[in-house]
Write a protein of this length. Sequence first.
Length: 201
Amino acid sequence: MISFGVVLSEAPAFAAIRAGSSELAISLGVLRGDDLGSILVSFPDDPTTPEDESEVLPFETHVEDEFFLGFRYTYNFTPRIGAELGLSLVPNASVEASNLGQLFEMDIRFFNGNVVFHLLEGRFIPFAAAGIGFANFSSEVIDSTTFIDETDFAFNFGGGLKIFLTDTFLLRVDIRDYLTTPEDLERLNLIEASGGIGFTF
């Protein structure tokens, strides 16, 4: 026990993030859904009823929770401040309506640029991040007619923890909150929670 304590006390200081270094990371997580807003659904009395004579009712819709894959590249100007590019892919997110079940599935993609603030130095580094970018929503209904295909500005903020296992290899945990407003719909508040791996160079 005494020898072990001496070895630890003589270990050199650990500096995981250095000025001018880069970081690549990949993560897997869950995107928490949100209310999408009210849409109108047409219900004809019978298949021969013209569309303009069908009964049209409003239904509240919701984006369900889904898994996502994320990629991040960070350039560190100093050990405390960096610039980050992020890409999140959410395939086949389910959109459901009250009392109707699933209406359709859509792919969600977030691309953003952020400023990252590392709050400490060492092996365990909590951080905060915020930035702007784009959110893309795309979907096709059964007959392959495009139902949704649009790109909107998205603001995001959040933070996490980086755990360096070696000078170059790390584990990371992220939480990000995305705010965007698709056309003709209510504001979406979509939250990512993920864990991943990365390396610096």
